[in-house]
Write a protein that binds this ligand. Sequence first.
Ligand SMILES: *Cc1c(COP(=O)(O)O)cnc(C)c1O
Length: 461
Amino acid sequence: MRAHEAGALHGDIGNRGPAWLRPPQDVNALVPQLWPRTVRRAEAGALEIGGASVLDLAAEHGTPAYLLDEDDLRSRCRDFAAAFAGADVYYAGKSFLCKAVVKVIDEEGLFLDVCSGGELAVALAAGFPAERMGFHGNNKSVSELTRALDAGVGRIILDSFQEIDRLTALARESGKRPKVLIRVTVGVEAHTHEFIATAHEDQKFGFSLAGGAAFEAAIRVLDEGVLDLHGLHSHIGSQIFDTSGFEVATRRVLELQAQIRDARGVELAELDLGGGFGIAYTTQDDPSPAGDLAKRINKIVDAECAAENLRRPKLSIEPGRAIVGPAVFTLYEVGTVKDVDGIRTYVSVDGGMSDNIRTALYDASYSATLAGRKSDAPPLLARVVGKHCESGDIVVKDEFLPADVQPGDLLAVPGTGAYCRSMASNYNHVPRPPVVAVRDGASRVIVRRETEDDLLALDVG
Ligand SMILES: *Cc1c(COP(=O)(O)O)cnc(C)c1O
């Protein structure tokens, strides 16, 4: 018997995983909040997504592959649009961007944030209307700003005094009057269940509120009169479950809004509260539905506007992860199962930190399930690792898999739609996996698998 089969978890042998992780009653069961909405386990045992079996998808597209549930993605766009009716919902393109997803975002009537010339190019190539785009970044180059102006990007989020000067000069030259927001660092940083609301001015993004830079930036833009100051922006972090951080941020930004009104008699039209809404990666995460978030945030905005005697600005939000994250799972094939006696069982898959860097980068937790069949074996606590030359190449730190997991098995890791393909690398010259969209039983490749020829094409020496 392997050391970590559920029955052997006693005494001080080896790894037991985090306290919240319990051996499941049924190792084949799917926890719904972790999976794209159309995913189920068929009677014969294999997972289905969008009406297609992972066995067929693996045979057709190979592994590893990111499988995108198109209906799930659309339903999350609709949930946010309906919940935040009257607000502009900007999909944060950095979480995952390709032409097919841009088209979905467009068809669902959302707005789109980009933060580099490359992201802008993808959005424009997909025909996304520039006036529904926002352009972010703490170091946009003159050439990126010029392209944004030429394309007619709907709003540019200003991040530094140098950028104000640069964009002012470009606007003067071109005779354009771009809409801009000022990114305010409100001294709130929120991550998962906690937020800190005093320090955390020490970061590269935005204009400091406490130090007065944000006020000064707004006054400079207004007095210069070249850029169209449309509103204030705040983004406090990511993977947030609790709206108390938004409450403090909203209060602080609206206080600034009132100061600007008092100084220049201008009430800014828009308030952007950024993104960061959390999703479930493991059973310990319990995200709020978009409707609940919207209710709480709207209440906060109403209360703070009343307190400052301000007209309610139009609200905008910028969810990335909460829209695309849960719509995707990564399908891997198991290559080896190694029982390091008395310590841990390592299940190696055919990808790893090159297709999901979040575990190594942020110590992120994920979950996994046997995807190609079901099993009657007892649960075994395992660590899912990749094939890279790095001992930190971990995909799932701790998960109970059936004890008979073996080479050739398919393994699915949910919640990989955001910040996985978009952060993928070619480490060890492992080609990046494809993104395959599945809907109504049919699959289509929307980003093809990288090939060794692709890698060699860049190597011109
Ligand atoms: C990254 C980012 C977002 C999206 O964050 P999520 O956690 O994916 O929702 C939104 N706005 C800004 C400014 C960002 O940098």
